[in-house]
Design a protein around this ligand. Sequence first.
Ligand code: 5RP
Ligand code: FE2
Length: 216
Amino acid sequence: MIKIAPSILSADFAQLGKEIIDVEKGGADYIHVDVMDGHFVPNMTIGPLIVEAIRPVTELPLDVHLMIENPDQFIPDFAKAGANIISVHAEACTHLHRSIHLIKENGVKAGVVLNPATPVSAIQHIIHDVDLVLLMTVNPGFGGQAFIPAVLPKITRVRELVSETGREIDVEVDGGVNPVTAKQCIEAGANVLVAGSAIYNSPDRGNAIASIRGTV
Ligand SMILES: O=C(CO)[C@H](O)[C@H](O)COP(=O)(O)O
Ligand SMILES: [Fe+2]
């Protein structure tokens, strides 16, 4: 089952509620929320207040991607705001095991994210504890960047690692996903596809979602 997670980074922020309802009606499975702090990545975006504001707008799970330093400091705030999944970057966590368990103690599904340059071995010790592995297919920080095809073999390696656990763990990809690169990611082993510009820059979001899922 392929799930599509539109990234609201490319939505019209002046009409955020409407933009979320539009993709929910269009068949989205998760709403992907990109949190950036201007330190871990060279951009600033959304905080817990916005997550709290959009929580009543949709019944879809809020998939919160933390691109921030010291994520432990803000995990409880995002959980209280209504996040369903919180993912932290392995590169941003001094004690990754502690951060993953802090997410779970706050009653939220836990994800770990790898930048394109970070090897899969960085999450080998934590794979039994996570609900989701997110592989960046661009360098994080901005929407609308080009997909990095060198990440494809990593998707397959993570899928193998997940299979060895015998648990259901989402393998999600994020960055430069469009109908062409989505097909490559699915073939490599991904089952959750984040897409921002490919969905929100399309006048028909339902059609864009179906094209990325590969059902039209
Ligand atoms: O985490 C992200 C950027 O750091 C975004 O989720 C991602 O870039 C989505 O945008 P697009 O589909 O336009 O590449
Ligand atoms: Fe993201």
